[in-house]
Design a protein around this ligand. Structure first.
Ligand SMILES: Cc1cc2nc3c(=O)[nH]c(=O)nc-3n(C[C@H](O)[C@H](O)[C@H](O)COP(=O)(O)OP(=O)(O)OC[C@H]3O[C@@H](n4cnc5c(N)ncnc54)[C@H](O)[C@@H]3O)c2cc1C
Length: 317
């Protein structure tokens, strides 16, 4: 275990925001989780977070050590701090299939269960067998089955109990047979002889639309796609017949932001990604407050133009 005092979190969040934590505890796979007093914030790779000020408490994170144990021919248990994409690469190299559509999503194994990460027609919940946690409040280990996790779209039981359960390990149930999931429109009809080829196609598609964290800081999709009433869809379709609507009455936040004229614009040192209006990015050493101000301006404008409220998907601290 490593403990740092008064440390910058710039390297611990993909937005690259330079705030300090009073204390940072980095836990290794063999460590006992130490008791914590005072306020605690659990982070993974900080790829869905925006820090707006110094954190006057303890930030806990797991080391990104590559540490996993195959349990049976279909089950594999991975350390919560492992980079999710490293796990996916390993599974494909070892003939275990299912996670390939989640390739290259930034972040850790532990967060995949908190966020129920999803992309290109797949979601983590479809492969998670169980989640081993340390309950920071009750100071004991326990295991959640898939049903206990109450997974939903980018949601889980853990999201509703923030900073209480430290996810130490996640067990995934995978398949020995590669059945390509081509349900996402851009993948339809593409021949993918192997999971590796599908992984490469997905990775390429991803980075054609999103900023690479090592080049431009961001938290990925900043807003959730809003779900609205029938009456709102009917009203908007009159003025915008080409507006995309997904089941059930889900609108595209990116489309609304683009239509409101924000794509490619900057405000202060925060900007809207030119190739994807759903992504806010760090246009040059921005602060969390600049990101928050840009998000608020977009929310206000979209509300005024379309009468639709946008909620952030990113966690603002
Ligand atoms: C460029 C880019 C593209 C992205 N694309 C996608 C995408 O396609 N699909 C998608 O779903 N997401 C996407 N994201 C968002 C992000 O990758 C996911 O939310 C990811 O799961 C976050 O992982 P993390 O380890 O960085 O978690 P963090 O951002 O550090 O934390 C996220 C939440 O999980 C909690 N948490 C983290 N680790 C643990 C743990 N071990 N125990 C308990 N709680 C924990 C935190 O407290 C926080 O509430 C993208 C982000 C970026 C920057």
């Amino acid at each position: 275990m490593k403990v740092f005092e008064n440390i910058s979190l710039k390297e611990y969040n993909t937005f690259g925001i330079d705030v300090k934590a009073r204390r940072l505890v980095v836990i290794e796979p063999d460590d006992e989780v130490p008791p914590q007093d005072g306020e605690v914030q659990v982070i993974g790779a900080g790829s869905n977070m925006v820090f707006t000020k110094d954190y006057d408490g303890t930030v806990i994170t797991l080391s990104n050590t590559f540490h996993l144990s195959p349990l049976t021919s279909h089950l594999v248990t991975a350390w919560g701090g492992m980079v999710m994409d490293d796990l996916i690469r390993w599974t494909l190299d070892n003939g275990l299939y299912g996670l390939e559509n989640l390739s290259a999503i930034p972040g850790t194994v532990g967060a995949s269960a908190v966020q129920n990460v999803g992309a290109y027609g797949a979601e983590a919940k479809d492969f998670i067998e169980s989640v081993e946690v340390y309950d920071l409040q009750e100071r004991r280990h326990c295991t959640f089955s898939n049903a206990d996790c109450h997974f939903a779209y980018r949601d889980s039981f853990f999201k509703h109990h923030p900073n209480r359960y430290l996810i130490l390990r996640v067990t995934y149930r995978l398949s020995r047979e590669f059945v390509p999931n081509l349900s996402y429109k851009a993948l339809e009809g593409q021949p993918h002889a192997s999971a590796q080829q599908l992984r490469e196609a997905i990775t390429e598609l991803r980075w054609s639309k999103l900023p690479r964290p090592e080049e431009h800081g961001s938290a990925g999709s900043f807003f959730k796609n809003p779900v609205v009433d029938d009456a709102v869809v009917v009203r908007l379709k009159v003025d915008y017949p080409d507006m995309p609507v997904y089941p059930v009455n889900k609108l595209s936040a990116g489309w609304l932001i683009d239509k409101a004229g924000w794509k490619g614009r900057t405000q202060g040192r925060a900007g809207v990604w030119p190739k994807n209006a759903l992504v806010l990015y760090n246009a040059g050493d921005c602060t969390g407050d600049e990101v928050r101000a840009l998000a608020a301006a977009i929310q206000q404008d979209v509300k005024q133009k379309f009468g639709v409220a946008l909620d952030p998907e990113a966690i603002i601290i």
